[in-house]
Design a protein around this ligand. Structure first.
Ligand SMILES: Nc1ncnc2c1ncn2[C@@H]1O[C@H](COP(=O)(O)OP(=O)(O)OP(=O)(O)O)[C@@H](O)[C@H]1O
Ligand SMILES: [Mg+2]
Length: 353
């Protein structure tokens, strides 16, 4: 705990909640809100992807917060670990205003066991029919529903929910979906034959945070001049989690010194890199290791270490870029997107199997 003489650290080591020190992703947030708010909307789905710690949950939370404040919007959070369709129905009906609407629309939901019964109405026999009727009555009442799903998984709950969503959206019902997931999960899900709309759904791939904005933030909160603030910001490579972790330890140590960097590195490794590494295949690790050994990121040299020709190497390059581990913007080169990741890889390659 902080004593009364020391102010609370402005940076956070926590995942999944809105941080106090926040670097806005204005263009990506505006894209989501602008598109969903348009009348008629030209998209009803957005999928946010990015590596662990890139800020998916934070962006989702920021967008959900925006819509909660908009008149006529209802935001419902669903988890792919539960029966999503059941949960959607029960969350909609547990809202007193909405359940009044459904009653007056004479939707008999008694089979849900949610205590809504109407005499004389034949009960709807499937949840899908019930939800269709509910959304029709929401539409009549100018209400819109944003459903958020953080960490979509390719499981039965998710597939059933996605196919229901597809049916509702096709009928021009006011339902919107904002979903996050790791590249692998989204890739698997969108390749399900029945879920082609996800394949076409626009993806927001989280790019690095602005280094200059981060530097200005560091300068404001930390005992650093502009040059050191910029140096610290550059060290994070724009990785969201690293922005908090470096800020946190430099604040704690009251200096941008070796101790602070070591503590930050250790924290990043234990709380992000271990997980990222454990999710890589053996072959991806081999390629990652070769990249870590390379001094300049030149693909030609990396390939010769791996004894791969360009045809063999390209699929690995593509996949590691999609996962958000490397950046391939410079032709002929690849670079890690995560700060000090090469150190982690060099130290850990070969230990886990
Ligand atoms: N725009 C931002 N500005 C400042 N810090 C951010 C921003 N986005 C995320 N962070 C910080 O980065 C860390 C990770 O963010 P978040 O939990 O959103 O990542 P994630 O992509 O959901 O990761 P995971 O895949 O593991 O769930 C958190 O500490 C959060 O405070
Ligand atoms: Mg998350």
């Amino acid at each position: 705990m902080n004593t009364s003489s020391s102010k609370a650290n402005p940076y956070t080591l926590m995942f999944g909640k809105l941080p106090n020190q926040f670097i806005s992703r204005t263009s990506q947030a505006d894209l989501i809100t602008g598109t969903f708010m348009a009348d008629p909307p030209n998209q009803q789905v957005y999928i946010i992807t990015g590596i662990h710690g890139s800020g998916k949950t934070v962006l989702l939370t920021e967008a959900a917060r925006f819509f909660r404040k908009q008149k006529g919007w209802i935001v419902i959070d669903l988890s792919s670990e539960d029966d999503m369709i059941q949960s959607l129905a029960s969350q909609l009906t547990s809202d007193t205003t909405l359940s009044r609407l459904f009653r007056s629309a004479k939707i008999n939901l008694s089979f849900l066991g949610l205590g809504i019964e109407l005499q004389g109405e034949s009960p709807v026999t499937s949840l899908q029919t019930a939800l269709t009727r509910m959304f029709e009555s929401l539409k009549k009442n100018h209400k819109k529903v944003l459903i958020t799903v953080d960490e979509a998984a390719n499981n039965t709950y998710m597939r059933k929910f996605a196919s229901l969503f597809q049916i509702l959206a096709r009928q021009d019902l006011p339902v919107f979906l904002l979903m996050t997931g790791l590249y692998e999960q989204i890739y698997e899900l969108q390749n399900e034959k029945s879920l082609t709309f996800l394949y076409r759904a626009p993806k927001i791939h989280l790019s690095p945070l602005s280094v200059s904005t981060m530097a200005a933030n560091y300068k404001k909160n930390l005992p650093l001049d502009i040059d050191s603030a910029l140096e610290l910001a550059r060290l994070t490579k724009g990785y969201s989690f690293a922005f908090q972790v470096f800020g946190y330890y430099v604040y704690q140590e009251k200096a941008f010194n070796e101790e602070a960097v070591t503590l930050a590195q250790q924290y990043l490794e234990e709380n992000a890199y271990e997980k990222i590494w454990s999710e890589l295949s053996q072959k991806d690790r081999e390629v990652t290791y070769a990249i870590a050994q390379s001094k300049d990121g030149k693909i030609q040299n990396i390939r010769s270490v791996l004894k791969m020709d360009s045809f063999q190497f390209t699929p690995y390059r593509t996949r590691l870029i999609r996962k958000g581990i490397i950046n391939g913007d410079t032709h002929g080169y690849v670079y890690f997107t995560l700060p000090l990741f090469e150190k982690y890889v060099l130290a850990n390659y070969g230990l886990y199997y």
